[in-house]
Design a protein around this ligand. Structure first.
Ligand SMILES: [Zn+2]
Length: 202
């Protein structure tokens, strides 16, 4: 156990836990009321190949931010639970590929948040197939057109991908450009059976 873990342990003993959304008392990451506010509204997006599960709004938005920017593993586990709660409309032999982040960003953040989330599900995923080869600006700052430009040729695919249906996984779907660019990249490498899964959609 590292120093940080000890600090967390001490904090757990002396500080009452709070819901990260409403700050109300809670043993879990969210209190019961906030948990119940998270309702899936699954829908097909982007020419019907990306399946989105939850609208991107509080409290799930808060949990996502906590996973991403505070390296909150409890948040990742809770999001994995939300991802696994409903049957997914993909072939049973599908291989799930997290949207990659650039090695430089991975070094800053310490992890790829989608990979972290998938590691707490029973979905069969591989994180060494898709690669991000260019360092892109944070996409939320960009318009759709700028995103397209920024993401063009941003990804690469490892050779010898298993011949299985592929599901690209991301935490947020906004304009769909990330999915589209990765799909293009997979197509170029002869992979035709490509789907997408977004935990949330904006
Ligand atoms: Zn709450």
């Amino acid at each position: 156990m590292g120093f940080k873990d000890y600090l967390h342990l001490i904090a757990d003993i002396f500080l009452p836990r709070a819901c990260i959304e409403c700050q109300g008392l809670s043993e879990e990451i969210l209190c019961q009321t906030c948990m119940e506010a998270i309702q899936a509204k699954p829908k097909w997006l982007h020419d019907d190949y990306v399946y989105g599960l939850y609208p991107y709004q509080a409290p799930i938005k808060t949990v996502l931010k906590s996973m991403k920017f505070q390296s909150n593993v409890t948040a990742a586990k809770y999001l994995a639970h939300l991802l696994s709660q409903y049957p997914l409309p993909f072939p049973p032999d599908a291989l799930y590929l997290p949207v990659p982040i650039h090695p430089k960003r991975k070094k800053q953040r310490g992890f790829n948040q989608v990979e972290l989330m998938l590691s707490h599900t029973s979905l069969d995923y591989k994180s060494n197939i898709l690669h991000r080869i260019t360092y892109t600006k944070p996409l939320y700052e960009l318009t759709a057109k700028e995103r397209q430009h920024e993401l063009h040729l941003a990804f690469d695919v490892s050779p010898n991908i298993p011949e299985r249906p592929i599901v690209i996984v991301d935490d947020i779907y906004t304009t769909g450009e990330t999915f589209a660019e990765i799909k293009r990249c997979l197509h170029k490498n002869g992979i035709r059976n490509v789907h997408g899964l977004a935990l949330t959609y904006a």
